[in-house]
Design a binder for this molecule. Structure first.
Ligand SMILES: Cc1cc2nc3c(=O)[nH]c(=O)nc-3n(C[C@H](O)[C@H](O)[C@H](O)COP(=O)(O)OP(=O)(O)OC[C@H]3O[C@@H](n4cnc5c(N)ncnc54)[C@H](O)[C@@H]3O)c2cc1C
Length: 477
């Protein structure tokens, strides 16, 4: 056990806690049961990719699953894989791609683990088409604070299956997960970026591309105002069919081996603080404006918008290649607000979110738009049929209180439009806001399960203390 300082990915949430990194899933299950027996509070952690306080709690025994990275079973004929909880997206993808398979749903960070992906029920840039991570989970084993280990699927313990996926590590610890992966005919994908001069035009371009694209993601110019508000670049990816890549066996084998490219590997060899220090001005208001301007000009110039072929990892993890990019936000860190809004309301809601942020003098340093699909089978689902806009807000100490006030308003605006917030990114939602976004029946169902499988509230997190527990309390009555 080591006493450590832990942070959320956004660096603003900090906790000091004893950390144990079990070397086997049996040791993970035992540590949880022993702590529960001693009435200790436990926080589960894995890749540390949650932006806020979902994987940390001051003083709580923190059980870190990241060393449990074995691929336990792989069937290259069916694409069914069983993994230990700490297997990362990168590790899984590297293993299965040469056999012509890829994970069905991935986030924008390759170091996210399967436990973290299941606990948050993550979505990818293919969410409107393929659904969320949980839609591809066949079964999992959950270690409970009682010491019991239960195998859950849609047929066996369906209530726990639906609640532990997206349950933010508050019901038990995943000790293994079995999932269906997806076919990949090549290690390359076709990709292009097109520019759209307003939010309405960008959303219309998404709608038009949904029928043919496999992945869609929008970069939003957060500085643009007036008629250009919400203008941006649509990134479209199309997977290749078997006959489109004559060297498929080679590209499947080498896609991950050649990523990141040599120049990026050389950049990574620079002393750690060099790039974040050089890029730091880009998180300040004038820098944000400049960076937006440069990105928009690059994306909208003549000749942009043509299709090119790039590897899967290059298409999926563009931010991963910038070494330590989050350090750019030191010392205050960043807060991400991701608003999930029903399709019919998306334009009005995103217009309000961007306008309010700009008017408050907190222009986000990054805006990312995605097409989403509801996932009502999962108890604490944040997904809706529509769109999400993720906004990164640099935290500057001198204006932090003002920013927090703004974020409270942005959360309310999101909920006013029938939208939802995402626990994996959140660090500002209140209990009232959580209670507004989830149906009372779902809160009651989660509260009942929590009382049944974790009666002493062994499993907690900053998120649980701040927003979930107080939102669940009334549901228990
Ligand atoms: C750069 C970046 C890009 C991202 N892009 C996306 C994206 O496109 N889509 C998306 O949906 N998300 C995205 N995320 C968020 C990320 O996918 C989630 O926060 C994910 O939960 C992180 O998982 P992790 O392995 O890093 O785990 P942590 O952050 O360490 O933990 C995540 C959750 O899992 C729980 N947990 C940990 N171990 C276990 C266990 N063994 N059993 C049960 N619960 C456990 C924790 O308590 C916590 O609630 C992104 C994050 C980053 C940093």
């Amino acid at each position: 056990m080591t006493e450590r300082e832990l942070t959320g990915w956004g660096l603003r949430n900090v906790a000091h806690a004893p950390v144990v990194t079990p070397q086997s899933v049996d040791a993970l299950a035992q540590a949880l049961a022993q702590a529960a027996g001693e009435r200790q509070t436990v926080c589960l952690r894995a890749g540390g990719g949650s932006y806020g306080d979902a994987a940390l709690l001051d003083g709580a025994l923190t059980l870190d699953s990241s060393a449990l990275d074995q691929i336990l079973a792989w069937d290259a004929t069916t694409g069914v894989v069983t993994v230990a909880p700490g297997v990362t997206v990168e590790r899984l993808w590297r293993r299965i791609l040469p056999d012509g398979w890829r994970p069905a749903v991935v986030p924008g960070r390759s170091a996210v683990t399967m436990a973290g992906a299941a606990a948050a029920n993550i979505h990818g840039k293919n969410n409107w088409r393929t659904g969320c991570f949980g839609d591809h989970v066949i079964s999992f084993e959950l270690a409970l604070p009682s010491g019991e280990r239960i195998t859950c699927s849609r047929a066996s313990h369906p209530d726990l299956f639906a609640a532990a996926i997206g349950g933010m590590g508050l019901l038990g610890a995943f000790t293994s997960l079995t999932m269906q992966t997806a076919r990949a005919a090549s290690g390359l994908v076709a990709e292009r970026q097109t520019a759209h001069g307003s939010l309405a035009a960008l959303l219309a371009a998404f709608e038009a591309a949904k029928g043919s694209a496999t992945d869609l993601v929008g970069w939003v110019d957060t500085s643009a105002r007036g008629a250009a508000l919400g203008r941006g670049l649509l990134g479209e990816t199309r997977e290749l069919a078997a006959d489109e890549d004559p060297h498929a066996a080679e590209t499947l084998r080498s896609a991950w081996e050649r990523w990141p490219s040599l120049p990026v590997r050389l950049l990574r060899a620079l002393p750690t603080p060099v790039i974040p220090t050089l890029a730091r001005p880009l998180t300040h208001p004038a820098g944000v404006w400049l960076a937006n301007r440069a990105q928009w000009e690059r994306g909208s110039r003549a000749g942009a918008g043509h299709w090119r072929r790039i590897s899967y990892p290059a298409a999926n993890f563009p931010l991963d290649v910038i070494p330590n990019w989050r350090d750019t936000y030191r010392p205050g860190g960043l807060i991400q607000q991701q608003a999930f809004i029903p399709a019919a309301q998306a334009q009005a809601a995103f217009t309000q979110l961007l306008t309010r942020a700009q008017a408050a003098g907190h222009t986000p340093s990054l805006g990312v738009l995605k097409a989403q699909r509801a996932a009502d089978d999962f108890t604490l689902s944040y997904l809706v049929d529509g769109y999400s806009l993720a906004l990164d807000f640099p935290v500057l100490r001198r204006s932090e209180a003002d920013l927090l006030k703004l974020l409270h308003t942005l959360n309310d605006i999101t909920l006013d439009f029938g939208g939802r917030l995402y626990f994996a990114k959140d660090s500002t939602a209140t209990a009232e806001q959580v209670a507004r976004m989830l149906a009372p029946a779902n809160l009651a169902q989660f509260a009942a399960l929590k009382a049944r499988v974790d009666p002493h509230e062994t499993l907690q997190s900053g998120l649980y203390r701040r927003a979930l527990r107080p939102a669940l309390r009334p549901a228990i009555r």
